[in-house]
Design a protein around this ligand. Structure first.
Ligand SMILES: Nc1nc2c(ncn2[C@@H]2O[C@H](COP(=O)(O)OP(=O)(O)OP(=O)(O)O)[C@@H](O)[C@H]2O)c(=O)[nH]1
Ligand SMILES: [Mg+2]
Length: 454
């Protein structure tokens, strides 16, 4: 996700020796400056970052270690703007009301669904409100999302005024004892007075705890400019950067909070509902430095994993009893955790590797579709006890799944190997084996890099 930025940092840190001189430091910061500007980091932020890195490095004597520390702490400073971090619940009332704003197509409606998903996995009762009456299909779009993620929605087809919708939604949320109300609003092609007036009106009448501005990261520096205008005109408390998955430069995430003066709270990293990441400066810096984010990974896992089930699966794996039903369950759970790409970048030392695994799409991969078809053609007994599957059963399953016998054999063999591997990994030293295996898959030499310069 932060691949290109991480590479820039890595290259520059590598240029500074264990102990070095001022000239080397100057050269390193000049190089870093160039690559940050190329990645679309705002020029003022770049300048401030470089000044801070130089100053802090010199304080501790120029060398790789002190440069790395200076870079880390300067980055955290730059990413930290005054205000809340992550999702913050109201301390005034049991209901937290959030107003979602942004330009047309920036990702407000999708992000409303993603935030609802994020909160739902944290056991919050969420209501989304469809206050976009501008676009014909807008209400329908939010309805579909709400249905998909099984979250309640408030809409009123007889109401023409978005402010009234927002008010009624807030009333429903209070009466229904919801924890969070997310109000989706209409976007415009560009900032205009009518839009601002409408948002101000909604803001006044529902008095939200926070106003989020959804910025499309693909608009580069414009994202920073429009966020600033929204901040000046209606006041915003947080920025959410959407479509970061499509942003090959990525620098806007570094400078937007610094330039707008409002914290970046979340980033959208895909079209699906789990594809939202909380943006916490120290954790992000750890990922930017290629050192992963173990805490974040554990949190993500805790939100979707049922602990009892996890123990049961581990027991089965250890005993070699892992079956096809378990496999499907695990697959569903992984899907809830979000894209592989983001998961892998959270594992220390794995950010740069396992290319194939990274791009795996659990919904659309042909391989997974074939495996699912195959499992669906099995009898309940076969799913429970994979060893039952003999030649005639294989033929029947192949026919049912529309696969060739060769394909069925291949998948069954893979499953058998995977079970064996899992059994081994579940034992002592398992994690080391896994890292070794992944590093081989990624085709990298020299084993697992443990972050930059370590
Ligand atoms: N790849 C990717 N696509 C996204 C992301 N967020 C939103 N999108 C896509 O962007 C498009 C627009 O998203 P919407 O949520 O409809 O945007 P909106 O701001 O509500 O649009 P209007 O209501 O028309 O103003 C959709 O096709 C989304 O799937 C993201 O993080 N990554
Ligand atoms: Mg919308």
């Amino acid at each position: 996700m932060f691949d290109s930025l991480t590479n820039s940092f890595k290259a520059v840190v590598g240029k500074i020796r264990y102990k070095d001189d001022e000239r080397a430091l100057k050269k390193a910061t000049t190089d870093l400056k160039k690559s940050l500007l190329k990645s679309d980091v705002h020029h003022k932020t770049t300048k401030d970052l470089m000044t801070s890195v130089e100053l802090k490095t010199k304080q501790n004597g120029i060398g790789q270690e002190s440069f790395l520390k200076a870079l880390q702490s300067s980055l955290i400073d730059i990413l930290t703007a005054n205000g809340n971090q992550g999702f913050v619940y109201s301390n005034k009332s049991p209901l937290t009301t959030i107003l979602m704003t942004g330009l047309q197509g920036s990702g407000k409606t999708t992000t409303t669904g993603k935030l609802a998903t994020y909160l739902k996995t944290r056991n919050k009762k969420v209501l989304v409100a469809a206050a976009d009456l501008q676009r014909l299909a807008a209400v329908e779009q939010l309805k579909q999302i709400a249905e998909q993620i099984e979250v309640d929605i408030f809409y009123d087809e007889n109401e023409q005024n978005p402010t009234n919708i927002a008010k009624k939604a807030k009333q429903k949320a209070q009466e229904g004892q919801y924890d969070v109300l997310l109000i989706d609003t209409a976007g415009r092609l560009a900032i205009d007075d009518e839009l601002m007036g409408q948002l101000e009106d909604i803001k006044k009448s529902v008095n939200p705890d926070e106003v989020f501005y959804v910025a499309d990261s693909l608009t580069g520096h414009d994202a920073t400019k429009t966020a600033t205008t929204f901040k000046d005109k209606i006041g915003i408390d947080g920025v959410i950067l959407s479509k970061y998955d499509g942003d090959t430069k990525g620098g806007v995430a570094i400078s937007i909070a610094h330039q707008v003066g409002v914290p970046l709270r979340f980033i959208g990293i895909g079209e699906k509902m789990p594809d939202l990441e909380v943006f916490l400066p120290d954790r992000i810096v750890s990922r930017l430095m290629g050192a992963g984010d173990v805490e974040g990974l554990a949190e993500k896992a805790a939100a979707v994993i049922d602990e009892k089930k996890a123990k049961e699966v581990t027991r089965k794996i250890k005993k070699g009893e892992f079956n096809f039903n378990d496999f499907l369950e695990q697959l569903e759970m992984m899907k809830k955790m979000g894209s592989m790409k983001s998961l892998i970048s959270m594992i220390p030392g794995m950010g740069q590797m396992a290319g194939q695994l990274k791009n795996m799409d659990l919904d659309n991969s042909g391989e997974i579709k074939r495996i699912k078809a195959l499992i669906c053609s099995m009898t309940p007994k076969e799913k429970e006890t994979p060893t039952l599957i003999n030649l005639s059963r294989k033929r029947r399953i192949a026919k049912g799944a529309g696969l060739s016998e060769v394909q069925v054999n291949k998948i069954l063999k893979q499953f058998k190997n995977a079970s064996k591997m899992a059994k081994k990994l579940a034992g002592k030293g398992g994690m080391k084996d896994m890292q070794k295996m992944l590093s081989q898959m990624g085709g990298q030499q020299g084993g697992v890099p443990q972050g930059i310069g370590r």
